[in-house]
Design a protein. Structure first.
Length: 133
């Protein structure tokens, strides 16, 4: 933990350090700390990477911050319109926000991106169960 703190003191806006610190916080069960560091990482990640946005969106949904989660998935989709995990997350966030049109569109897009990925089918099945009334 001291290593993370030192690295963050030297380079507080470093994407990888904040991402690792977020996972360290998650492991310790500190959700606020985890989200704080994922937010820094996501906001500093100006590249084309969608990974940080999708991770942050998923964690925000887990703590009932659906609008913020939706926003992160939308950023990920803008950066990479073929990111199927971002569409799954967006569908779930929209469902939690009771936005039926967004939910349906994101779910349909996620399905259209399926190309024989068995792990992705498992994610789709989990989402389908979640979306049932």
């Amino acid at each position: 933990e001291r290593t993370f703190d030192y690295c963050l003191k030297v380079s507080p806006q470093h994407v990888a350090i904040n991402t690792y610190k977020a996972f360290y916080c998650k492991k310790k069960g500190d959700k606020d700390c985890m989200i704080k560091h994922l937010l820094v990482a996501a906001n500093m990640d100006k590249g084309n990477s969608t990974r940080t946005q999708v991770m942050l969106g998923a964690e925000l949904i887990k703590v009932d911050r659906f609008e913020e989660g939706r926003h992160r998935f939308e950023i990920a989709i803008q950066r990479d319109p073929s990111d199927k995990q971002a569409y799954i997350g967006l569908a779930l966030a929209c469902h939690k926000l009771k936005d039926t049109q967004c939910t349906q569109e994101a779910y349909k897009k996620a399905i259209s991106l399926y190309k024989g990925d068995k792990e992705f089918i498992i994610d789709l099945e989990k989402l389908k169960k979640e979306l049932k009334p």
